[in-house]
Design a protein. Sequence first.
Length: 492
Amino acid sequence: MPPSRSHIRTTIEAYLARHPDERGALAGLLALLDGPAEPTSRSALPGHITCSAAVIDRDRHVLHIGHGPSNTLVAPGGRVGDDRTLPAAALRGVYEETGLRPGDLCMTPLFLGTPADIAVHGFETAPAEGEPAHQHYDFRFAFYLTEDTAPPLALRDAEAACAKWQALTDVSSPTLRAKLLDAEAQGLDGQPEPVNASALIHDGCGRYLLHLRDQREHIWEPWTLALLGGGREPGDSCLEETLRRELAEETPGLEPTGLTPYTVDTTTGVDGLVVPTRIYEGRWSGHPDSVDLREGVLLQWFTVDTLDRLRLSPNLDEMIRRHAAEHPAPDRPQGSGPRTRHGAPAGTELHIVGVHLYLQDEHGRILLGLRHPDAAFAGNTWHFLAGHCEREAAVSCLVREAQEEAGLLIDPADVELVHVVHVLGPSTGRPRIQLVFRARSWSGSPEVLEPDRCAEWRWWAPGALPHELVPYARTAIEGILAHRAYSELGWS
């Protein structure tokens, strides 16, 4: 199957976001996508899509192939076939003409998977080939060599007479040359650097959080346990931003602390390209069931002693073992008895700790937030401002959540614990300790700062609470108004 129309359209729009002044020049290409013909077929008229590649070495020279009797120098590439993506078509064209394999190449951090140039070429009628006059819309992708020197070239196309490495100033295509020279001023230097970011998340006690990928076509490393993360996008200012964006998209609610660069790993992407990946280490100690997993099949903690029984993405076993050796888990006290794999005494049921803000205004009204309809927990239901306690003090968690979710500034000295609800839900999830704190004073007015979680903040009179209210929040409010410090829910 050739690349899908949706993929082609997304690629064009990403290119036009960089070059909006070219939309008029590419009107024919956009019209081609709306027509009945397959846009990559050579029979598509009045034009069709081709793909080529600007292969750049360490000296910022670009590979050209000499074609025809005049040895016209052009970038390697050609027609699109049964390629998954347009970059895959360009990579196949490079291999077929020069012998360079996808594993000899990697993405450029400036262009990533977006074309460096889309050129429009007109071709006269070719009666011998049965082709009328038509146009080629050539998508030019830029790649770096992965090694300092290029492997020996093997010209495999009968029409290819020679190969030459041309300086950027001598690139044969004027439009491609202009864009590469502009990119050179922004850092296009031929030196590979990470374009992906992943998180090596551990709890400080010997456990590592791994993500089971989907078993689907075109998924990178399908049905393996891997680290969370993904590829850099043009709008990302740095790789840490890439990682935080990916975590927010894949696992809302999972926010590791202390993210710091740990190492650089080299993997192979679905198209065969080498993908340098920056690995960040970070700490988190929550339960995976508390995370809204939106990509993949499973999120779970694993210890080093289980790694040899798991199907892991390449290099991950060695990476985790190295990190564990550098960060040994705390020793257990002598005579502490049998332990679970979590380090707790055998038979212990670990609990999730939640923190909640009980806030009343000068009229005695209680602040509640309406959960977003798509929220994994209690969608379209009113609830306290709340969060899960990570490896941090409960009051610190409350202060952080109040500022992040609603823009409220609270002094920890003005916080007091007013109720505890011990909750056992109907599912097989872990029991929870829900801590409810009152803030005696604060600054700021409630704002919706996390719209994917909360749609609205509103003050409610205690005697007129909303019908759609999280049950344990109602239990806590009733307990506070009755001056009770503790409630249980779900245990009977």
